[in-house]
Write a protein of this length. Structure first.
Length: 367
């Protein structure tokens, strides 16, 4: 076992600036850690927030958390994977022992709360480089806890596999796991980017009807219909709340999912609800977003529910194989989520495309 591994990574050294590809050193895996050779990392919108400095944390760091690859080295106590296994790498690490882990909510693990990992990466000067989101997938190698890995079939496409690490499961799981939408319920999805389209697909799987997509771009609304939305509402073209009520017989939606990090969108979702309706806040707003303000009396008078949905409330070893099974059966769209594939050397182009809103998911590919 090598004590240190040399590899290249795209480092954010200045908030808002381009990433710099440079040589880094990674320590060897310890005990229950695994080193993975990265094949693909998809770009999530939260990666853009990290690079822009919208979320807490410092620089320099290696971002990226929607990753797939092959196991290259394992620690002495690793039992779940072997060298050579193809895997999906998630940011969700779990101890498997705390209250939340043993009660089926490992995404809330009490002992694994560090978002920024120190001590795994150093640059050529010996300076510590933060491993962002416990993954740091904009790199040729990642060092993670074995609980973050999901083994997949060798013939499953690695670019598609990377999508399942966060955005797909977050959108899908908010509907299927967090809200547990019953058949024939009316559903609104506000924001039809990479996460929102998976909330639409989750609503289809649950048998919801109607499924109303809300966005500010007609092109995105058209795409949402390709993924299963029955109606599209352009929030800039008129009164979106009135439009939703018109499509639900005047009562409002049974469920609303907000997949953008916007207080205004969250407030709008609450207003769109029917009595006893539930709004699920999926998108995480940046620190600069104003607080949410809602009429307190409406909770009592209408019995509406406002709740959050974190990472799709998923169990990695259950939900990811489940979505893969739906995909293989032709019941779930994944290939269609990928807008562009970029070699690692062009990662900044991929990020700019994602930032401009040109793509659902761009995927960075490694040799």
């Amino acid at each position: 076992m090598k004590e240190r591994i040399e590899m290249e990574a795209a480092v954010c050294r200045e908030f808002g600036g381009p990433l710099v590809i440079e040589a880094l050193t990674m320590r060897a895996p310890q005990d229950d850690e695994v080193r993975v050779k990265v094949v693909a990392t998809a770009i999530c919108h939260s990666d853009l927030h990290d690079i822009n400095g919208d979320f807490p944390g410092g620089v320099p760091f290696v971002g990226g958390h929607e990753t797939s690859g092959y196991v290259e080295e394992i620690g002495a106590k690793v039992t779940g994977v072997q060298v050579g296994d193809p895997v999906i790498v998630s940011l969700l690490e779990s101890c498997r022992k705390c209250f939340y882990c043993v009660t089926g909510r490992p995404y809330f693990c009490e002992t694994k709360v560090t978002y920024d990992v120190h001590g795994t990466l150093t640059d050529q000067k010996g300076e510590d480089i933060i491993q962002k989101a416990r993954v740091g997938g904009f790199a040729e190698q990642v060092l993670v806890h074995e609980s973050q890995l999901v083994k997949i079939d060798p013939d499953f496409p690695m670019d598609v596999a990377s999508l399942l690490a966060c955005g797909v499961t977050t959108g899908y799981g908010a509907v299927v796991n967090r809200a547990k939408v019953p058949p024939m319920s009316s559903v609104v999805v506000i924001g039809t980017g990479g996460v929102g389209l998976n909330s639409v697909q989750g609503a289809v799987i649950c048998g919801a009807n109607p499924i109303i997509a809300v966005d500010i771009l007609d092109s995105k609304l058209a795409r949402a219909k390709e993924f299963g939305a029955t109606h599209g509402v352009n929030a800039k073209a008129g009164d979106a709340v009135a439009a939703v009520r018109g499509l639900t017989g005047g009562k409002g939606a049974d469920y609303a999912f907000v997949t953008v990090g916007s207080s205004a969108a969250m407030q709008q979702a609450f207003t769109m609800l029917a009595k006893r309706g539930t709004a699920v806040m999926v998108g995480i707003p940046p620190a600069t977003e104003p607080p949410l303000s809602l009429p307190a009396g409406e909770f009592a008078m209408t019995e509406k529910t406002l709740t959050g949905g974190y990472m799709g409330s998923i169990c990695l070893q259950v939900d990811i194989p489940g979505i893969i099974a739906l995909y293989k059966a032709g019941r779930y769209k994944l290939d269609e989520l990928i807008a562009g594939r970029y070699p690692f050397s062009r990662i900044n182009e991929a990020l700019e495309s994602s930032k401009a809103g040109e793509a659902l998911r761009n995927v960075v590919l490694f040799d």
